[in-house]
Design a binder for this molecule. Structure first.
Ligand code: 5GP
Ligand code: MN
Length: 339
């Protein structure tokens, strides 16, 4: 594998050759890390006079729309023709916070067929082969890596207060408020630099954590009170959520953010799984403590993947079947992967 510095140099050279139209793509169901990285990169490109568009295959949750360049993002749900055209015209496509075009929903087809140079900036293991792959699974978040990339190429002076806020959103949310994946001193040096560049932590915290509506609290409350089950034999909590419940509590994108982490606050629960019945398919979210690799569980049986302690997957089966599959694969997973 190439050194990170070499990969950043490849990007530096590519940009120096001249780039006119950039497209920036986060993953499907974008989270704080994906969205923060997109907004920060857009800000950098604006500062160096490179034209950019952020394309999303679905919607950015409301609580992340305060970041400077997110309101101008174009959703493929609203403007598929424009997304197609911009992907065709692009000479560089940044794939942020995901390791494969398969995580781009309906944009995948446009990105695959574009002649643009493709650049991954990401922290998930096993990235796809692309023209430039800037990947480090040791960092807390793509936003942390984005800071390294951007300051290596343009120097610290390029960081604005808006960029600092965007990058901090990713670092903070991907680490559960600096709880996990955040033991490297470098992460805190970067946060210190962001503060020096004008990061407004209170402003970010207010938008990310204090803009809930009451229906989100009730949906979470209902799930914890009435739906959470703890397995009899394994330290696993499972929370199924039906479409009917989402409708009943007026679900909006982002309303379930963070719920899957809550069962891990119980001393003898090591794995938490949220199983949500969505429009087309059932979505699974896995979280774990310590060295229980839930990404292997997601990858082996649920068409997914992710990080050792935070992974996801999806199934084209009825909710009840998916729940049964989780129970059926639990002994296999613990036997094969948990030492
Ligand atoms: P979440 O539970 O927040 O949706 O996802 C947690 C992590 O799991 C994400 O950061 C992402 O790395 C990974 N992930 C979620 N869904 C999928 C999926 O369908 N496929 C893969 N490969 N990874 C996923
Ligand atoms: Mn991330």
């Amino acid at each position: 594998m190439k050194e990170l510095n070499e990969c950043i140099d490849e990007l530096r050279f590519r940009l120096a050759e001249g780039v006119k139209n950039v497209v920036i793509v986060p993953h499907i169901s974008p989270d704080g890390d994906a969205v923060g990285a997109c907004s920060a990169l857009a800000e950098v490109l604006s500062r160096v006079d490179i034209k950019w568009n952020i394309l999303t295959c679905d919607r950015v949750p409301e609580y992340l729309r305060f970041l400077k360049h997110i309101p101008s993002a174009i959703s493929n749900l609203d403007k598929p023709e424009l997304c197609k055209q911009l992907s065709e015209e692009a000479d560089l496509i940044f794939m942020l916070d995901h390791n494969s075009v398969r995580r781009e929903g309906d944009l995948e087809y446009f990105v695959r067929n574009s002649k643009a140079h493709r650049v991954i900036i990401d922290h998930h293991p096993e990235p796809d082969a692309q023209n430039i792959v800037i990947s480090d699974s040791q960092v807390s978040s793509t936003c942390e890596l984005m800071y390294v990339v951007v300051t290596s190429i343009w120097g610290k002076e390029i960081i604005t207060a808006d960029m600092a806020n965007s990058l901090y959103v990713g670092i903070n949310t991907d680490t559960g408020g600096l709880c996990h994946n955040s033991s490297r001193p470098e992460t805190y040096r970067i946060i210190a630099s962001l503060l020096e560049a004008g990061l407004n932590k209170e402003f970010v915290h207010k938008h990310v954590y204090q803009m809930n509506n009451i229906s989100r609290l009730r949906l979470i409350g209902n799930t914890l009170l009435n739906k959470l089950q703890v397995d009899e034999h394994y330290p696993v909590a499972i929370m199924p959520i039906t479409k009917e419940e989402l409708d009943r509590y007026g679900y909006k994108d982002g309303d379930l953010e963070g719920l899957v982490n809550i069962p891990l606050s119980v001393h003898n629960i090591e794995v938490s799984i949220q199983i949500t019945e969505r429009k087309e398919r059932v979505k699974l979210s896995f979280r774990s403590k310590g060295n229980i690799p839930v990404n292997e569980w997601a990858k082996a049986w649920f068409n997914g993947g992710g990080h050792i302690n935070a992974a996801g997957g999806q199934m084209d089966l009825p909710l009840e079947k998916v729940i049964s599959k989780v129970h059926a694969t639990m002994p296999l997973f613990f036997y094969e992967y948990v030492k």
